[in-house]
Design a protein around this ligand. Structure first.
Ligand SMILES: [Zn+2]
Length: 313
């Protein structure tokens, strides 16, 4: 069953050999940027403060869509959600979205499908609405990974947040948001989007927008032990992106208990190689059914297994 593997490798047999579920895993959190951004990182670092903070250092890896596809074949992923960087500038968002949408339309290899999300500056409500509508018409299935602090999104402006979320809801998109822990060590991407800050977004969604909180949600799941928080968070999902930089491996088991059915495997590629992220998750000691749910079962129930149905980019 060839799935575009490199010579000498077979994703299927790798997966089987490592005890992974038979169906190919899904990565809900990868970033790709156009080659011009990879080659011009200094220029783009000056254009966007948070991009500069994260990527001015040449050792921080950036990936193109071709890089992602190669990585997916090597690691045996059946699908990856791909988004650009959450630029503050609308024009850069639009250009990155076009690139992601083109990559998804070109990914007709059923063994390594790219599921496109779009990035928008969410505080720019009118632009964001128009851009999300444009991208949804071209195949985007979600919006994100949004970066509230980096993009200047005022989460305390309840009416603007509600307006943005109304658009996300009406377009039937999934929302992925970067979140951070209110305590612990600092790192370049640590921002002010802590569990209390993101709560206005969850409230505005009224349970009708699937929301994926990146990086395990900054700890919000703990508060799901409060019944009213749990009730409001029924459509909130948590992805495992960048887990290796933040938590002990126990996090996989604990999160599976706090939010059963709502944990999703995400790598944050190219921050970490997909092969390594997959290995770390599969070695975290989860029971087989829980591992299968994390690596794809939950994402499929969320609708993240369907091919890009529109390829009119
Ligand atoms: Zn993030």
């Amino acid at each position: 069953m060839p799935r575009g593997a490199f010579p000498g490798t077979s994703p299927i047999s790798q997966a089987e050999a490592s005890g992974l579920p038979a169906s190919a895993p899904i990565d809900v959190h990868t970033h790709v940027v156009p080659p011009d951004v990879v080659n011009g990182r200094r220029r783009y670092s000056q254009a966007d403060v948070w991009f500069g903070r994260l990527y001015r250092n040449e050792r921080r890896v950036l990936a193109t869509a071709d890089d992602l596809r190669r990585s997916m074949r090597r690691a045996g992923f059946g699908a990856s959600v791909a988004f650009g960087f959450a630029w503050r500038d609308p024009g850069l968002c639009r250009a990155n979205n076009d690139y992601v949408l083109q990559a998804a339309a070109a990914s007709n290899d059923p063994g390594s499908r790219v599921l496109p999300f779009c990035v928008v500056p969410p505080g720019d409500v009118d632009f964001a609405a128009a851009e999300m509508e444009r991208c949804q018409a071209l195949g985007a299935v979600g919006v994100g990974e949004l970066f509230p602090q980096g993009q200047g999104w005022n989460l305390n402006d309840r009416s603007a947040v509600r307006s943005f979320m109304d658009t996300v809801r009406s377009l039937g998109l999934i929302l992925t948001v970067h979140t951070s822990e209110p305590v612990g060590h600092t790192y370049p991407g640590k921002d002010s989007t802590t569990p209390d800050a993101i709560w206005s977004v969850i409230e505005a969604a009224e349970g009708e927008v699937p929301i994926i909180l990146a990086h395990w949600g900054g700890g919000l799941a703990f508060y799901e032990l409060m019944p009213e928080v749990h009730q409001q968070a029924q459509n909130v999902y948590y992805d495992s992106s960048a887990s290796h930089l933040l938590y002990r491996p126990d996090i996989f088991r604990v999160m599976g208990q706090l939010a059963p059915g709502r944990v999703l495997f995400g790598s944050d590629y190219p921050l970490i190689r997909q092969t390594r992220a997959l290995r770390l998750a599969s070695e975290a000691g989860l029971p087989p059914d829980d591992l299968a749910a994390l690596l794809g079962g939950n994402a499929r129930r969320l609708g993240l297994n369907t091919p890009a149905s529109r390829d009119a980019v």
